[in-house]
Design a protein around this ligand. Structure first.
Ligand code: PXL
Length: 280
């Protein structure tokens, strides 16, 4: 059985970060270790205010030392929302300690959405996240995050040449295989793109677009991607699995949206994801 470690916060209510990554990667038939970086009462996205935030940064080096003493090894390391510059630096050290030469690192540079940084993030934090991206085999920004990482203006009006330019620039930051989520060239479809700089090839996957954004879909996408690559899927196949599963989660949420406006109804889709992973 493959073994992944995911490093991100636990938002106790709100269906994102660890409460999404752990069930999804586990459902894919992969052992999932976690390092919670902070405990929040809810996520910090729109709709919630007054949330609590307990920083767990100082626990991470102790966890790392204990795991080293146990000789633990991971097939993949996957980071999501990180709460402070110091935390990004500690996670970077964790990568150095647990890289084996045959495992891989996925960084979802959670910074913002719709052209804006999430609450609490600063340009200095963006700079540190950019440094972490250099150590990753795969990064999974949305267009907002890519714009901040590249220090480029955010735009929703772009074409395929623009997407490919963004992906090449992301690879120039030092990550050999960057992805871009939330890609759309028309209003009917939405998906993601990836660039394999080693072979200089791009791949795309699209599904039906919904006229609604739901919180936590980036975490769903990155979790499925990490699991799919750990299971040995090709980049094309991994992209299709992520786009397909994220689409299904949004579709499942729409009838329930009045009640679960803060996150997706991903739970009802886990069975088919598990079946898909078990059969090939
Ligand atoms: O879904 C990304 C995410 C994770 N964790 C926390 C967040 C967000 C996005 O807003 O606030 C705490």
């Amino acid at each position: 059985m493959k073994r992944v470690v995911t490093i991100q916060d636990i938002s106790c209510f709100g269906k994102c970060s660890l409460t999404v990554a752990l069930p999804i990667i586990s459902a894919m038939g992969i052992e999932t270790a976690v390092i919670p970086t902070a405990v929040l009462s809810t996520h910090t996205g729109s709709g919630f205010s007054g949330y609590t935030f307990r920083d767990l940064t100082s626990d991470i080096p102790d966890i790392s030392r204990h795991w080293q003493s146990l000789g633990l090894k991971f097939d993949a390391m996957y980071t999501g929302y990180l709460g402070s510059i110091e935390q990004v630096q500690i996670v970077s050290d964790f990568f150095d300690t647990f890289s084996t030469g045959s495992n891989f690192r996925v960084v979802d540079p959670v910074l913002g959405d719709a052209g804006k940084l999430y609450a609490g993030f600063t340009p200095d934090f963006v700079r540190e996240m950019r440094r972490l991206c250099r150590k990753a085999d795969y990064i999974i920004p949305n267009m907002t995050e890519a714009s901040f990482l590249l220090d480029m203006p955010y735009t929703e009006d772009y074409d395929q040449a623009y997407v490919e330019d963004i992906l090449r620039r992301l690879a120039d930051l030092g990550c050999p295989t960057p992805l871009l989520t939330g890609v759309h060239f028309d209003s009917a479809s939405q998906g993601a793109a990836a660039y394999d700089s080693a072979s200089d090839t791009f791949c795309y996957s699209f599904g039906e677009s919904f006229d609604r954004t739901v919180h936590g879909t980036g975490d769903i996408f990155a979790s499925v991607f990490t699991g799919a690559v750990a299971l040995g899927k090709s980049l094309d196949r991994a992209l299709d699995m992520c786009v397909g599963f994220t689409h299904d989660c949004i579709e499942a949420t729409i009838p329930e949206f009045d009640r679960t406006w803060y996150g997706t109804c991903f739970e009802t889709c886990l069975g088919s994801l598990a079946a898909q992973c078990a059969e090939n």
